[in-house]
Design a binder for this molecule. Structure first.
Ligand code: GLY
Length: 570
């Protein structure tokens, strides 16, 4: 948690051989820090306006699925960094009656996509082709996903749900200081891609009001004509024409063929918890399952939060899980994925047999495990709980910040650069440094592997936590640590979200620490054991939005102060 506590834990470990009991905290317990408490319903998202609109819809009689549609579109208006119509995502739900499920609205490779489309004549990856410009986009899934989910489980007319979002786009939202910095940071590239006059190429300063009239009109047509407006109507035709003019390959047939898919979530136990998370084509559920089950046999609580011993055990589990992720996982509609085998207790036990508490494992010594066969940081997550007890964890993305930077001025939104989540070439890292294999190679109509990890956790058979985060490849490890913070270290939801995090993803073989996580003592212990520490970089790791159901049934929001996340509730 705070630096002094980490230093104390690390120092304790150094002296472990001398006096193990000295690791007990000598200080009185600090008062717990709680997030927003609500009696009935809550939304926690990256923007206050989006959280409030979701809550407003529930106060008007809508449920979590109505709030999902409103929140997701409000993020598209106020948080174009990652909120989107031109991207995709995943939602995991648990109804009040215990029914669980998930919807996959991940982007798909266009029909004209092919395995080597980002390679030059010598077989080398062409820089930026999969990250910037019209060729970087997959076929968007967001509108299909929110309409499919709302039609099946929601209660209100989509027109009623979307009206406050249309009003928001028309009346405008105020640019925050962080947002002004981000917009300034990409202004040149947005102009380069879309021309000098493009909407987000203008200078937007903190405190300015952005009124996105083109997006208001797009949303109005979608509210009137439904999801087909995006996939078969005027909006879709304009999207295809715009991308075609820029050298893109998404066709009207690609849009017409797009369907969101209901999938069985990945469900596993961690001690007394039942964790429900996203199945492939997201690697989130399988990989967080592998990490948590690999550390389950260890007494993490007695090690101390972010102590050297704790960092070691978790790092070794992360290393092994990411090696499997990158080899085995891809779109289940195209590749066979041994999900049960990868989550098998005995298999995971055998994976940790090479763990040596005195010496770091080298990633070069860890390949994928042998099991029997018969996916920027720039995503966004929101968590919703309605007054009936229905819970939704939703993570949605354009991939990179403002996606491919292609902005459809006539429609009011950015397009994704999700094609970079495929492995353009086996063994060559993508923008997150993730090394992919054949299972995640490009094929027409295939979904690219993701790391998004929208997750629900039951405790004693009741819903306990709704959790998720942006963070590219660090999503999985940030969600795992948030769950462990609350469960193993008894943190409140807000504390669990705020606690400093670290990350390892097999390759590159290095442990990444947030600022205030790594002090000189911890560094000394880990380097003595040959851990490779990325000392130069201390980025934020995730930006978690979570909800915890408290013992009295009230809801506690965990809104990550690393960014401008906000909880709203009633
Ligand atoms: N584009 C980030 C992810 O899907 O993991």
């Amino acid at each position: 948690m705070n630096k002094s506590k980490i230093t104390r834990s690390a120092a304790c470990l150094l002296g472990l051989q001398l006096l193990i009991f000295s690791c007990q905290s000598p200080e009185p317990q600090q008062e717990s820090k709680r997030g927003l408490i609500a009696e009935n319903a809550m939304v926690v998202s990256a923007r206050e306006e989006a959280s409030k609109i979701g809550v407003e819809i529930m106060q008007k009689g809508g449920n979590a699925f109505d709030a999902m549609m409103a929140t997701e579109m409000a993020l598209a208006v106020t948080f174009p960094f990652a909120g989107n119509l031109g991207g995709g995502g995943f939602a995991v739900f648990r109804m009040a009656n215990g029914e669980t499920g998930s919807i996959d609205y991940r982007e798909k490779a266009p029909g004209a996509a092919h395995r080597d489309m980002y390679l030059d004549e010598n077989g080398n990856v062409i820089p930026e082709l999969s990250t910037k410009g019209a060729l970087a986009s997959g076929v968007p899934g967001t509108i299909a996903g929110i309409f499919e989910a709302q039609a099946k489980y929601g209660k209100l007319d989509p027109k009623e749900v979307l009206q406050p979002v249309i009003d928001l786009a028309r009346n405008g939202f105020v640019v925050s200081p962080q947002q002004a910095d981000r917009l300034a940071g990409i202004r040149d590239v947005v102009r380069e891609v879309n021309g000098e006059e493009t909407f987000y190429g203008k200078e937007w300063n903190a405190g300015d009001t952005i009124k996105n009239l083109a997006l208001a009109e797009t949303l109005e047509r979608i509210a009137k004509n439904g999801r087909d407006e995006f996939y078969k109507g005027e909006t879709g035709h304009r999207l295809v024409a715009h991308l075609r003019d820029m050298g893109g390959i998404i066709t009207e047939e690609d849009l017409e063929a797009y369907e969101a898919v209901w999938r069985e979530p990945v469900i596993f136990n961690y001690k007394e918890l039942r964790v429900i998370s996203m199945a492939p084509p997201s690697s989130g559920g399988v990989t967080i399952g592998q990490i948590l089950k690999m550390v389950e046999p260890f007494d993490l609580k007695s090690m101390g939060h972010n102590s050297a011993e704790y960092v070691q055990v978790l790092t070794e589990a992360m290393r092994r899980a990411y090696a499997d992720r990158n080899y085995y996982l891809g779109d289940p509609d195209f590749v066979d994925i041994p999900v049960n085998e990868l989550l098998d207790r005995e298999y995971l036990k055998s994976r940790m047999e090479s763990f040596n508490p005195d010496l770091a494992t080298r990633s070069s010594d860890i390949a994928e495990g042998s099991v029997l066969f018969a996916e920027s940081m720039e995503t966004t997550h929101y968590s919703i709980m309605d007054s009936d007890g229905n819970a939704l964890a939703v993570t949605t993305t354009l991939n990179g910040a403002y996606g491919s930077k292609v902005y459809l001025d006539e429609l009011g939104f950015f397009m994704n650069n999700e094609m970079d989540d495929f492995s353009s070439k086996a063994g060559v890292p993508n923008m997150f440094g993730l090394i992919g294999a054949e299972a995640n190679s490009i094929a027409p109509g295939k979904r690219m592997l993701s790391s998004m990890t929208p997750t629900l956790v039951e405790r004693d058979g009741k819903l306990w936590m709704i959790v998720g985060t942006p963070g590219g490849s660090t999503i999985i490890t940030a969600v795992a640590q948030t769950i462990l913070n609350a469960y193993e270290f008894d943190m409140t939801m807000q504390e669990a979200v705020e606690a400093p995090r670290f990350h390892h993803q097999w390759l590159p073989d290095q442990v990444l620490f947030e600022e205030n996580t790594l002090d000189s003592t911890l560094l000394q212990i880990l380097t003595a054991k040959k851990y490779l520490i990325n000392e130069g970089r201390t980025p934020i790791i995730g930006s978690v939005d979570a909800i915890m159901v408290l013992p009295d049934g009230k809801l506690e929001g965990g809104a990550d102060p690393r960014r401008e996340n906000k909880a709203a509730g009633y």
